[in-house]
Design a protein around this ligand. Structure first.
Ligand code: Z5A
Length: 227
């Protein structure tokens, strides 16, 4: 575990993991916890965060690029990221505002790279282009059994009237999500200074407390802020 760092520099924190693990919920809670301590913070997401990146998000999430294959999709995610970094992330960090992003470059490495089979050299080149040195200070990887995460998403969709039943994953789909989970764990191992893996299989409040403990230990300037 790296040493706690202390400075007034704004921090860039990303949340990663499979679908339904609770990233959006915890990004929101961390933002509230930081703001309670008078830390100016913005919350954003990927793909998206700026109008151009949101346009790319709709295009991809509507399935319009699926037939282009994971290589082309990796390029599209990187194009969205380039705008997101230039127009939102970098300017906020420069003016001293902390940035919390619901997914960032590790998602491309996990989904399109390690699980989708896109060559590591292309993934690396896209990272250098889109990040231009704006690496996250901390990445929290929320880890859980994908079948349990799927039940959470299904329950939400039933509640919203988007789905009738909480059917189980097809076996193939489940295998793919298991490989995705391993991909995030591999990224965490390869970037142990930056990434912290936290089990998402715990109640929201307990997870929030564990994330706060991780963040405030890592950035010791937080302990001097008024709660
Ligand atoms: N993608 C990619 O392939 N390459 C890239 O480079 C990038 C993205 C950046 C984005 O989808 C898609 O793009 C995603 C990866 C791909 N693939 N898919 N599909 P998205 O942003 O729309 O979806 P998501 O990131 O997977 O988010 P999500 O499904 O909304 O999940 P979440 O944010 O992790 O979870 P949540 O919304 O906070 O919670 C899910 C439900 O569980 C909700 O009803 C909560 O109330 C409940 N919940 C949350 N926490 C708990 C706990 N602790 N216990 C019980 N229930 C909980």
């Amino acid at each position: 575990m790296p040493e706690a760092t202390s400075s007034k520099r704004a921090r860039f924190i990303t949340f990663e993991g499979g679908e339904g693990v609770g990233k959006s919920t915890q990004v929101k809670r961390l933002l509230e916890n930081l703001e309670k301590r008078n830390i100016k913070t913005v919350r954003t997401r990927e793909p998206g965060g700026t109008s151009k990146a949101e346009a790319i998000r709709s295009f991809i999430l509507q399935g319009r690029s699926e037939s282009w294959g994971p290589g082309a999709e990796a390029v599209l995610f990187a194009a969205a990221r380039l705008d997101h970094v230039n127009e939102l992330i970098a300017p906020n960090l420069r003016r001293g505002t902390w940035v919390l992003s619901d997914r960032f470059h590790d998602s491309t490495r996990a989904y399109q790279g390690l699980t989708g089979g896109v060559d590591d050299k292309l993934i690396g080149a896209l990272e250098r282009l889109a990040l231009d040195g704006h690496n996250p200070d901390l990445t929290i990887i929320l880890d859980m059994d994908p079948e349990a995460a799927f039940q959470r998403v299904a329950a939400r969709e039933i509640e919203e009237g988007l789905r009738q039943t909480g059917d189980r994953f097809e076996k193939e789909e489940l295998d793919w999500h298991r490989r995705l989970r391993q991909a995030f764990l591999e990224i965490a191992r390869a970037n142990a200074d930056r990434c912290v893996v936290i089990s998402a299989e715990q109640p929201e409040d307990a997870l929030e407390a564990m994330i706060w403990d991780t963040v405030s230990t890592r950035f010791s300037e937080l302990s001097s802020e008024v709660s």
